[in-house]
Design a protein around this ligand. Structure first.
Ligand code: SF4
Ligand code: SF4
Length: 252
């Protein structure tokens, strides 16, 4: 069961939730990205309210990170429809999987909802050869022969956002290099900002946690049940703030 905090700071209706959002912070995030995330999330809450979605369901989406995932998917679709230069020049092809070699062992930050979905998709594959048979650092969701993602429909936002215009740079980076040419599409910033705002917004109601993608995928294919895998993959609470701060500190 989700761990809840005390009653202090709890909100009980959509109007109060939106008032609290106006004061919420995406800690570590540059202010313009925090403001954009707040506008996106406020519009999402307003639309959900107009559509008559139950308030408790909305709280659940904020707590699990599902609101952040959905909003990033929406802004990502908008971005793709505008056909930006990096997409027009993308080097990505089916079976090209250097970006699925996760040298630092974490694989990137994912939400509770994404971690649960990934585990559900991968658990039936326990015992089958996985990406680590191709490369010791590869994501366990990868097929070692075809180099295709075996959880493609369940892959998290961090995987959907990654793109490169230079496959040679990806190959070198997979061997420990530091070449330019690859990175996240802009909608990933929306994801992080909305997730960080959701955490602040839900303070006093529920804990918004983040997880390591690589830890969840490897635990799932190694046969760990969901609760064990989630415990193993759960980040320290500082991980989200540090990830947001890295964006603020990175050269524009
Ligand atoms: S990000 Fe790099 S490694 Fe991944 S599919 Fe694109 S070109 Fe290939
Ligand atoms: S989940 Fe799929 S797309 Fe993401 S790193 Fe793993 S194999 Fe690659």
């Amino acid at each position: 069961m989700r761990k809840t905090t005390g009653s202090k700071g709890k909100v009980t209706d959509m109007a109060a939730l939106r008032r609290k959002l106006a004061k919420s912070r995406a800690r570590g995030m540059p202010k313009f990205l925090e403001d954009r995330g707040r506008r996106l999330l406020d519009a999402y809450l307003a639309t959900s309210d107009t559509d008559g979605r139950p308030f408790r369901a909305m709280l659940g989406e904020l707590a699990s990170g599902e609101a952040a995932r959905k909003l990033a998917a929406m802004t990502g679709a908008q971005l793709r429809s505008e056909r930006p230069e990096e997409l027009e020049n993308a080097a990505c092809t089916t079976g090209c999987a250097f970006c699925c070699i996760l040298l630092e062992g974490d694989g990137g930050l994912i939400t509770e909802a994404e971690a649960t979905t990934l585990h559900t998709a991968l658990a039936p594959l326990t015992g089958q050869p996985d990406g680590r048979a191709w490369n010791a650092h590869a994501c366990a969701a990868l097929d070692p022969e075809t180099r295709l993602c075996r959880a493609y429909d369940a892959r998290p936002t961090v995987c959907r956002s990654f793109i490169s215009v230079d496959v040679d740079a990806c190959r070198e980076n997979a061997e420990g290099g530091d070449e330019d040419g690859s990175g996240m599409l802009g909608n990933h910033l929306d994801y992080l900002a909305v997730l960080a705002l959701s955490r602040d917004l839900m303070r006093g109601t529920a804990l918004v946690t983040t997880y390591s993608m690589q830890q969840i995928t490897s635990a799932a294919v190694d046969g760990a049940p969901l609760d064990t895998a989630m415990k193993r993959a759960r980040h320290k609470s500082s991980e989200l703030e540090d990830t947001c701060a890295d964006i603020g500190n990175s050269p524009s």
